[in-house]
Design a protein. Sequence first.
Length: 364
Amino acid sequence: AGQRDLVSALVGDQADKWDLAGELPEELLRQLGAAGLLCAQVPAAHGGLGASSAANGEFTAHVGSLCSSLRSVMTSQGMAAWTIQRLGDADQQRAWLPRLTSGQLAAVGFSEPAAGSDLSAMDTRISLEGDTVVVSGQKVWVTAAHYADLLVVFGRCGDGGAAVVVPATAPGVLVERVADPMGCRAAGHANVRLDAVRLPATHLLGGVGQSLPLLVTAALAYGRFSVAWGCVGILRACLRASAEHARSRQQFGTPLGQHQLIARHLADLLVAEQVATRACEHASHCWDAGSPDVVIATVLAKHVSAGHAARGAASAVQVLASAGARDGHVVARAYRDAKLMEIIEGSNEICQLILSQHVLTTVR
Ligand code: FAD
């Protein structure tokens, strides 16, 4: 509760201002980062909070209900930390994780101009030259890269794949913001060029020649979990704004909420919020229990939550009508932010493909 109150107090009513300006205050990010709140799952041994998936998820939903740009930065930081937790050896975890719980910021780059849904088309090259690792390539739409001190970059390495921690200030790194994103406008999306970036081989997480799909799946699992809970937050913000408006605004001599067609929007929003919450709780339960079902439960939670958030935000704009139909209003921001959640961390279609493959291989 203290952590929720801290974020609520720090964000206040500023999310729309940040969205319109396209910028989050850097001191806010550093303060939350130094409190371990941007990657709450990191164990206490590395300066983190050691939060369970369930607790981290509920906290992520709370941040998502306030500001999806901030939640997006949290997703990136958490995904970077999770990648280091999963792929890094003990020395690398000791070297990098305390930075991510003491105020440094991180982002994760998979996508490239020709590798969106199909990450096997990745062309970034990671190679070892003695005790130096060399990284060359281009990453696009990297959330939080504008703010990041560290970039976790995935690429090809020999016949397999690799992930490497790249300081944003390393010679050969160029970070350029994506102009005018449709939503999560203050999340600091940026394209990143890596021009023969040379780093100590200790920056290579877990060695060379690993399976690229397995590496990517490990990192994306956290991203999906975090986006799913963030979408629960979007739905909660929409539900709140819709309920308040439907109670207070009168048309035809009665509150909007007493008109059956508006009441139906409210009921649908509640169903959306509850269904998304249950799907996320199930995914978190699988994480916390170490269940092998975690991968599919996380894809399902992401798919359910993003779809409900996109449709729910559209319903909320409908309930508020002109009162919510302008930039600077929570439901207009939710509408733009939620649509993007159907694209990232496995688009609707990619989630459906994964779920359908699960059906084909497991359902008899
Ligand atoms: P495409 O892959 O070109 O797909 C276009 C459409 O075709 C989509 O609807 C897709 O679902 C569909 N499609 C593709 N293949 C199939 C298929 N086999 N069957 C059916 N339909 C298919 N990337 C990062 O690396 N790090 C980040 O932090 C990051 N943050 C992002 C934040 C935002 C707001 C956005 C918009 C993007 C971000 N991305 C990030 C990139 C994101 O991962 C990609 O946009 C996403 O993977 C989809 O790729 P694409 O945009 O190239 O679309």
